[in-house]
Structure formats: C-alpha cells, structure tokens
Design a protein around this ligand. Sequence first.
Ligand SMILES: Cc1cc2nc3c(=O)[nH]c(=O)nc-3n(C[C@H](O)[C@H](O)[C@H](O)COP(=O)(O)OP(=O)(O)OC[C@H]3O[C@@H](n4cnc5c(N)ncnc54)[C@H](O)[C@@H]3O)c2cc1C
Length: 492
Amino acid sequence: MTTKTLPSQPRKASTVSRWDRETDVVVIGMGAAGASAAIGARTHGAEVLILEAASGAGGTTAMAGGLIYMGGGTPTQQACGFEDDTEEMYKYLMMASGPNADEAKVRLYADGSLEHYQWLIDHGMEFKPEYYASKSTNTPRDEGLIYSGNETCYPFDEHSKAAPRGHKGKVHGEGGGKMVIDKLSEKAIALGVEVEYDARALTAIINDDNEVVGIVSRIDGQERCIKANKGVVLCAGGFIMNPEMVAKYAPRLSLGNIPNGNPNDTGIGIRIGMGVGGSAINMSEGFICLPFYPPASLVEGIMVNGKGQRFINEDCYHGRMGEAILSNPEDKHYLIIDSKNFAALDRPPMGGFKVAEVGETIAELERDLGLTEDTLVNTLEVFNKHAKDGQDPLFHKRTPYLKPLDEPPYAAFDVSLNGGAYFPVFTLGGLNTLPTGEVLSEDDQIIKGLYAAGRNACGLPRCGATYSSGMSIGDATFFGKLAGKSAAQIEQ
Ligand SMILES: Cc1cc2nc3c(=O)[nH]c(=O)nc-3n(C[C@H](O)[C@H](O)[C@H](O)COP(=O)(O)OP(=O)(O)OC[C@H]3O[C@@H](n4cnc5c(N)ncnc54)[C@H](O)[C@@H]3O)c2cc1C
C-alpha cells in the first residue's frame, strides 16, 4: 500500500532514490508572487523552474481587479496632478498594515515604490495617466489611478497626507489582474524561466540539517523529486478554499459568503513551509468586505445597525465596512438613502443587497423595519443637523459624501450578513518571512533553502479592517521579486 504524501511530512533527501530533475531555484505557483520570484531569481543568474498546479498561469491574481498599491510620486500620480511623498505613503501603510505591521517590510516597500513602478513598466506594464475620481472598487475603464483605500477617511487622513495610490494597468474594467499575470509570465518565459503546468507541489525535500533542497511534485499522475540547488520559493497563494484550515486558523472568516480565490487556494504552500518548521503567523486575519459602492451615490447614505444607530463613517473603504459589520454578525444592518441618492444610482448596487423597506418618512421606515420607536428618527435628526454644516462629530464622515438625507421618500437596503449581501473574503496570514523572503521558524531562525511570498507569506497586508486594494498584488510582486533574488543567493 502506498502512503499519501503529506505537506506536513517532508521527505528526507537520503531516501530519494532518483532525482527526476535538477535546477537552481524551484518556484511553487505562477501567480503574481511566483512570476515575480521567478523573474527575480532568473535576472540574478539562477536557472529557474516554476511548478504550477493549474494548466495555465494566473491563480487568484488573474481573477483580480489588478490594483497595485504604489506611491511616493509615481509618473502616473504626477501626470494626474497629485503630489505624493514616500514618507506619507510609509505613514499610511503603517496604519493600513494594522497593529501587527511589519515595520521593516513597510519601510522597504514605501522606499522602493518608485523603483517597483519602473520595474513593472520594464516588465511590460503600462498605466494610463488618467485619474478616476468617483468612489469605486476599481476604475471602470482603463484609467490608471484611483483612491483604493481609506486615505481620505477618518482617522487615516489625520495621520498621513492623502494621495491616490491604486494603480491599474491599461486595460478595460476588471481585467487588471489578468494583465499583471500576462505581462509578468510572458517576461519570465522570455527570460528563460521554465514552467511545468499541471504540476502540483506536495511536500519539501530536506537534507540532514533540515535545509530545503528540493520538492516532491505530482506530474502526469507520478511523484517526481526535483532538486533545487539554491532554494525553493513558495508562492502558492492563500487558504480561503480550504474550509478545514479556515475553521482551524481563521473561523471568523467563514462568515464571508464569497470565498475570493481560485480552487487552488488551499494553503498547501503554507503547510509545506510549516512541515519543515516554518512559523505561520497572523493566520486569523483576512480581507472581508461589503462592496456597497459603486454606485458612489450610496456612499452618501448612512449605515445603521439593528438599534437604528450609526456605527461608522460611511465614506470608508469597503473592507473597513465589511469588518465593522462582521464584528457584530448577528445584528441587522441597513443602508439608508433618500430619493436624491436613489435618483443618482447609475447601476444596481455591486454588493447584491436588496431594498428592505421604503418609507415616505423616516418614522415610517423605522416602523416598517421593526426598529424601536424614535431610534432611526433620532439618528437622522442628529446626522442631518450636523451634515447641513458639513460636520459629522460622531463618526467624521468627510465631504463630498457628507450630505443631509432629507429628500423623501427614503429607502433601506438590507446589508446584514444574513440578509443576502455579498461578503467576499480572502486570507492574509501566512509564513513568517524576512523582507528577503527567507522563511523563519518559531524561534525566528532562518530555514535554509526556503522562501515564501504572496499570500503564502504574511507580508504587507495584515489586517482586514485597515487593508487597501492593491496591497496584496503590490506585496506579491514587490516581495516576490526580492524572494527570487534571495533564492538566487545574491546579497540583498
Ligand atoms: C475578485 C478579486 C479581486 C481582487 N482584486 C485585487 C486588487 O485589485 N488588488 C490586490 O492587490 N489584490 C486583489 N485581490 C487579491 C489578490 O488577487 C490576491 O491576494 C493575490 O493575487 C495573490 O497572489 P499570489 O501570487 O500569492 O497567489 P495566486 O495569484 O493565487 O497564485 C498562486 C498560484 O499557485 C498555484 N498553486 C497552488 N497550489 C499549488 C501547488 N500545490 N503546486 C503548484 N502550484 C500551486 C495556483 O494554481 C496559483 O496559480 C483580488 C482578489 C479577487 C478574488
């Protein structure tokens, strides 16, 4: 009887009877991180083989809107008339990475952002110098620049000077992620990186000193042992498609009702790393959002809970909104708008939610929603009183979305977790790495021969409540490139 090869059980090199293939660097996965790692290693002289479980490149990157978080005065920012500063980007990213921010990674990322922008251009990307001003999850056409987080929102705007930093490649609509992967994989192959598709990594191969020296992969139904003379870079994505791992490490995230990933987001790369003693950190964190915009006119509405009370500044990023609702998942949540917001709707709400009730007055809406008498009425009274003066003393919603709701009739959308709204979710935890991509053990020792990047690693994005779009692909390309370079054993 043959035993199943498990990621938690690395194979001893001394038991490998035959190496099926040998190279310098083996990269597991060909998404944004894997393609960047392969380029990073190849351009520093290494022979590189990518093992990709699917029949083509892309992974979750190819499904993504493709925003990349970059700043400090990129040519696109400048051409659109925005001033930005590396230090302001650093301050914002420290906050956007959450309480568990990795200062060294944030510093390197902010300082290296202009260089990274150029690296992407050199590798085939193009960003149209056009800014999209409306609140949206992505640019609707091929505009290259958008606010993609909480930069202009309280409390972030009090800690750093806002600038739009979400860069999308020159492609129409949501095809930005596909463009990233097409360009990077094209370049990797042109540089001489070899790719084996339909090749699933199963576990690591280690020598007697616990150094990673290869990988066991299933190719054509057969297990193959591949020797990596310089290193293995794990870039196999997150674990949102693995319900057991989500239940074990991030049970809160199972509240999300749309796992945002590709079927291979099973966390196997993280488990392969853990199998050789790698430490996985921040595993409970993820990005969960309520895409309540576009249309932007909905941002003029107010969000209330089942007590008819506001709980957040509604102009915040949709991930912050998702987190806020998730923190009280049993409660009802409604988005209240008036007739001017309704008239301005230029498309159905993105988040799949439906109108729960309509009322000629707020009191009628309150009653029909089953809320306690005068709760919603009082909320609207206080909100409108201050909004008329451009103020929101309770939650600090900012202009241009701060407007009184005083034009009847009124409508309430049901945006509750249990009310049919979409709550897409993906994971942010992964292997503990140095900025070089080297994987660390529980006691912070470098595991020789092992590197990780993208959602296999715990990188720049670490906190759902403070995340901004573009931080994941930005991190995957930036630190993927560095991990490949380290694996090629060039001093960083
Ligand atoms: C709809 C949507 C929109 C998004 N929009 C954005 C955005 O605008 N900006 C942003 O920053 N982020 C966005 N994200 C998140 C972002 O796309 C991902 O977090 C990021 O692309 C992950 O990159 P990665 O390289 O780590 O993983 P992936 O791109 O998933 O690549 C991992 C690869 O590894 C392969 N693989 C898995 N297991 C194995 C194995 N055992 N052996 C070999 N290969 C394996 C997979 O097939 C896959 O090709 C979005 C996600 C979704 C779903």
